[in-house]
Design a protein. Structure first.
Lengths: 206, 181
């Protein structure tokens, strides 16, 4: 009886020691945001895609991406002094922004939306953006009361050092949308090393 | 930013002016302090090219009210502002004629009820404003805050180690007493 008790206590002690050490050492993962798989990359340029007719310009008010549970208001963004897209205030973790001097989502051209993957407290609005799949739906509410419906063409990750400006921000002949957040590996010294970029085009409205 | 502050259109031009304007026009408007678009016509985009489409909206007419728009200054003629679901704005659209000359034009809307008149400016340019300043480079949208250790996980780890310490102490105690491990 006593021997069994001792064995049980010894077992519990060893298990607790191991799991405690594992948990404190890092545990199941470091909570890095998901990154897109190669299969979600851009399709061949020649591929035929159904595009809805462009909508008249109207500023967007809200973005929803049901498959990754995003539902966030949009604020206007400008450019930083270095010419890069500014970002929404980091304090509000459920706020995204759109490039106000550019195309409005639904209008012909390339509209740009950006949001944080995380802030100092933890995950933020576009934390799961890298997990988005081709064909997923993105909805943008607009001030004129209409909703622009986009379909995801690709989810890419680009290094900040070699960012393909033209591909991401360049003009498009049809109504397109880019949704951008941080990604591509993280180091304490330099932060996130690039961006996750979602490419989508207009497929309807309501 | 895109709103035009005109003395006659009230609210944006500061409380004193707005009070004066309201008095002068003798209309019952939103309080003078409701500065956000209370008395102006928002024009979007505020700068357009000939052939481009323009949206205008106003809160001046109140909830679920329509208005008659007039863009004849730029040669586009009359259009209708219909009530919308968005914050009670009345919204309308028109197209800048291909023949429009560069310049600043006043776009007018008159509320269907009460006849209140609001105006906004449209700048016609020959080159598209878009694409002039396209963003470049990557976007700083994260600080790594999601990568820190989960506090719940840290607590669980500490608790597990405490259990291990207690178990170890118990076993050592027994051994010392010669309870035969």
């Amino acid at each position: 009886m006593r021997r069994i008790g001792n064995t049980a206590i010894a077992t519990v002690t060893v298990v607790a020691l191991c799991s405690g050490a594992w948990l404190l050492h890092g545990g199941a993962g470091t909570h890095a945001p998901p990154q897109p798989a190669a299969a979600e990359g851009l399709p061949d340029p020649g591929e035929e895609q159904l595009t809805a007719p462009a909508l008249p310009p109207s500023p967007p008010t809200r973005i929803r991406i049901p498959s990754i549970r995003v539902n966030a208001p949009l604020t206007g963004l400008g450019l930083t002094r270095s010419g890069s897209l500014d970002v929404p205030p980091a304090g509000d973790k459920n706020l995204a922004g759109w490039y106000e001097a550019g195309t409005t989502p639904g209008e012909r051209g390339t509209a740009v939306v950006a949001g944080h993957v995380d802030n100092a407290e933890g995950p933020a609005v576009f934390y799961d953006l890298g997990a988005l799949k081709k064909g997923a739906a993105i909805e943008v509410d607009r001030r004129d009361g209409s909703v622009a419906l986009f379909t995801v063409d690709a989810v890419e990750v680009y290094a900040a050092r070699d960012f393909p400006d033209e591909k991401v921000y360049g003009a498009a002949r049809r109504p397109e949308l880019r949704v951008i957040t941080c990604g591509g590996g993280y180091s304490k010294a330099t932060g996130y090393q690039g961006n996750v970029v979602v490419f989508a085009h207009l497929t309807g409205s309501r | 930013m895109r709103r035009t502050a005109r003395p006659l259109s009230g609210a944006m031009a500061g409380a004193a002016l707005a009070v004066a304007a309201v008095g002068a026009l003798a209309v019952n408007t939103a309080p003078a302090y409701a500065a956000d678009g209370g008395g102006t016509l928002e024009v979007y985009p505020s700068s357009a090219v000939p052939g481009g489409q323009v949206s205008v909206n106003t809160k001046a007419c109140g909830d679920k009210a329509s208005a008659a728009g007039d863009a004849s200054a730029v040669g586009a003629g009359p259009f209708t502002l219909a009530p919308s679901a968005h914050e009670g704005d009345a919204i309308g659209q028109f197209r800048v004629p291909e023949s429009a000359q560069p310049g600043t034009y006043e776009i007018v809307a008159e509320c269907a009820e009460g006849g209140r008149r609001v105006t906004g400016d449209l700048v016609v340019t020959l080159t598209a404003a878009q694409g002039q300043a396209q963003p470049r480079g990557s976007v700083k949208t994260g600080v790594g805050g999601a990568l820190g250790r989960d506090p719940a996980q840290t607590a669980a780890g500490v608790a597990a180690l405490a259990v291990a310490a207690a178990g170890g102490t118990w076993l050592l105690h027994r051994r010392a007493r010669g309870d035969g491990i």
